[in-house]
Design a protein around this ligand. Sequence first.
Ligand code: SF4
Length: 406
Amino acid sequence: MINMNVEISSLRTITNCPRKFVLESKEKRKFYQENLTREIIKYGGKLKYAEISTEIFGINLWATGVEVSVNKDEVVVISKRMGKKLYKYHYYEAALYGYVFKKESLKNVRVIFKSDFYEQEMQWEDYVDTAIMLIKNIAENEMPEPKVNHECKFCPYSAECTRILVQKGNMEIIKGLGKVNIEKLESAGIKTIEDIAENKEKLEKLLGKHRGLKVWAHAKAFLEEKPVFFNELNKLNEGIFFDIESYINFHYLFGLLYEDKYVPFVARNPENEKEAFVRLLFFLAEDDKKDLPIYHYHNYEPNQFKKLLRKYSIESKIGERFLDIYTIFTNNVAVPVLSYSLKPLAKYFGFRWRTNLNGMKALQKFEDYLSTRDETILKEILLYNEDDVRATKLLWEILNVQPNTM
Ligand code: SF4
């Protein structure tokens, strides 16, 4: 696989789904900081968002999103993390950062991983051989098979994987069926998606009425390739649609859709976060909006909203107006998709995003914006955020038209 750009920061994906890693690595992404990084590692200095690559097995192996501090003998690479502890893949990541910077600078390289919870200098040399083997496998192997995992939720390749997995009758794709329940069904002779669809009553006995119905509806949706509405729903009121974009702990964009108009509240620096948030609160509290429900998708928005109220010691009852489209959807409709995250679900119903961003890519883009201050990058993120709120609205519309409830 020649000419792939493999970003070390997405190494974790190899362990979850090698197929996704390979597909992602084939996508083109612009790297803005490479020349500057090369100058710094040659002449010395500091850089917050370094980007540099080296070629290995015909692959361009990229170290991105790391901070570097360089003198004439040494390169110190700092990778800022969000988690509470280090996992195995972090050591392979560190090994590859060490490998790339050592090869490109010919200097001594130290690699440090830092989060709010730890700071550790990594003994990266000990892990280089294994990490290089991982990259070699990627370079040499054909396209890996789909492997159902939690990354499917955010995965842009899920439509093709769904087709392959349904063909194989793989029950792991049914929402609400974990390993334990799959074993339970298998020992009762239910071994494929077709078996599920043919055994509604048995399923309700084995899994309980509500879960049994949900699982059965889901299998039916996959086999018939259409949504199955399995409960009756009350009509949802008109409202405002809401989505937040964040960079680590900095919430830089609060996007709303109100009367079909997109209204963004942007903070270009962490110091402006409070001001953007307060402007949002005032907008939501205006007379013509104060009684409207605020629809969002899943629990990120209400959680961050609460955190921001606490952070800035603001009293507000606005959070009581939140209504989660995800919860309403999953309790009432089965759809033939691998994940009920916003993108695959809205795409299934025909929504098309105007950018190719997702949560992780938007974060990388904002990192690019912070280092370049290029407003076209921010515009792209705004477009992505607007599409997210419009997609949420589309799902709200689907819930409101619900054809043929069973
Ligand atoms: S949808 Fe799931 S199985 Fe398919 S590539 Fe993505 S993560 Fe892998």
